[in-house]
Design a protein around this ligand. Structure first.
Ligand SMILES: [Zn+2]
Ligand SMILES: [Zn+2]
Length: 178
């Protein structure tokens, strides 16, 4: 089994569930490489769920063949990130499952690395900088971080995704509501 690729913006897609072990061949390259993307990309082709191998994501083959993207580019474009970054995240990086349109987080002028759903320990040990970013991003959350943390249940109807800045290391949380 070949070692899994390393995606700059999604360093452990097996842990986050975005990539799963599978013996099925990839629809894009035809090879059974032991792993498939667990989700369906955005594409006019509707039969791409659990069908594309991570190598065809990483090298842009699936993006080109199916006009596919894996992450919504709008939030990253709105943030003013370089187009090369937006293209790498959206076209050549595994996305993640979410109820609402996913919002890939950014910091220090770059996209952050996605680390999956936050656990209780992540929430309890959140830094002051992370809490300040949360307050800025989600001002509608009454009671702020403390109220949020007190009611957070991993796997529940309010999901918190953990993104880490590749430059300063701050954790930026992304909120998702069922
Ligand atoms: Zn492939
Ligand atoms: Zn940063």
């Amino acid at each position: 089994m070949p070692p899994l690729l390393r995606f700059r913006y999604h360093p452990d897609p097996l842990a986050t569930g975005a990539i799963v072990a599978s013996n099925k061949p990839c629809v894009c390259c035809g090879q059974a490489r032991g792993f498939l993307y667990a989700l369906a990309p955005y594409s006019v082709h509707d039969d791409l769920a659990e069908a594309i191998c991570p190598w065809c994501i990483a090298d842009g083959a699936a993006e080109a063949k199916y006009a596919a993207s894996f992450v919504d580019d709008y939030p990253l474009l709105q943030a003013g990130l370089p187009l090369a970054v937006v293209n790498e995240v959206c076209g050549r990086t595994p996305g993640y499952p979410s109820w609402q349109q996913e919002v890939w987080q950014h910091h220090c002028g770059d996209a952050c690395a996605f680390h999956g759903e936050a656990g209780l320990a992540d929430v309890e040990s959140a830094s002051a900088a992370s809490i300040a970013l949360f307050a800025q991003d989600y001002p509608f959350w009454r009671g702020g971080w403390a109220a949020f943390a007190a009611s957070y249940v991993p796997g529940g109807s309010v999901a918190l995704y953990r993104f880490v800045c590749l430059h300063c290391g701050v954790t930026r949380f992304g909120l998702d509501l069922a």
